[in-house]
Design a protein around this ligand. Structure first.
Ligand SMILES: [Fe+2]
Ligand SMILES: [Fe+2]
Length: 191
């Protein structure tokens, strides 16, 4: 379903992805202000799942549009995918660290820095270019595709998985299904 943004027009893909960025930064703030280790882990699991769904949806529908419609788009996408790769590797490390250890909060601090940098790049560079090169209705449609892709996307970090549209569209839903099954079995918080 199409949502409306604060200006009363239909939310486009940029509104949706920008709101995701805000939510990620907000979750990081919550982790940093939660004294109880178990709760910190739960919020970190939610954050990791959210970042995975967001990154996969971008790689499926947004980065290909940047490549096709934005001058030097291919270079910008290559840079963005490298940053996604670093973020995924960092989240994999966070998964393996005891949430009561000081290393946990150090890694969360690194993730905060990487996510803010990456979100800022997208919001100041790629997203405005998408809006100037692609008609609004098309961006609203892309937003719907992004919302649907997030429902099937993996929720756990898979550092060896390629950051490609083709991989996400073929193998990705299977990986996402296994992730969701494991999430359910282990009571992992992903929403
Ligand atoms: Fe991204
Ligand atoms: Fe993003």
């Amino acid at each position: 379903m199409t949502e409306t943004n604060t200006h009363g027009t239909n939310s486009d893909v940029v509104d949706i992805l920008t709101a995701d960025h805000r939510e990620m930064i907000e979750l990081i703030g919550q982790i940093e202000h939660t004294p109880e280790a178990g709760q910190r882990r739960d919020i970190a699991d939610t954050l990791i799942a959210e970042v995975m769904r967001h990154a996969v949806a971008e790689e499926m529908f947004v980065y290909p549009a940047v490549e096709d419609h934005v001058p030097n788009g291919a270079e910008e996408v290559e840079h963005d995918k490298k940053e996604h790769d670093e973020i995924v590797k960092l989240m994999k490390r966070i998964e393996g660290v005891d949430p009561s250890a000081s290393e946990f909060l150090e890694l969360i601090g690194q993730l905060q820095a990487q996510l803010s940098h990456h979100a800022n790049d997208e919001e100041t560079e790629q997203f405005p270019k998408l809006r100037s090169h692609i008609p609004h209705e098309k961006l609203v449609e892309m937003g719907e595709k992004v919302q649907n892709a997030k429902k099937a996307a993996p929720t756990r970090p898979h550092p060896s998985a390629p950051h490609s549209e083709l991989f996400h569209k073929t193998v990705g839903p299977g990986v996402g299904m296994v992730d969701r099954l494991l999430d359910k079995l282990t009571g992992r918080h992903t929403e």
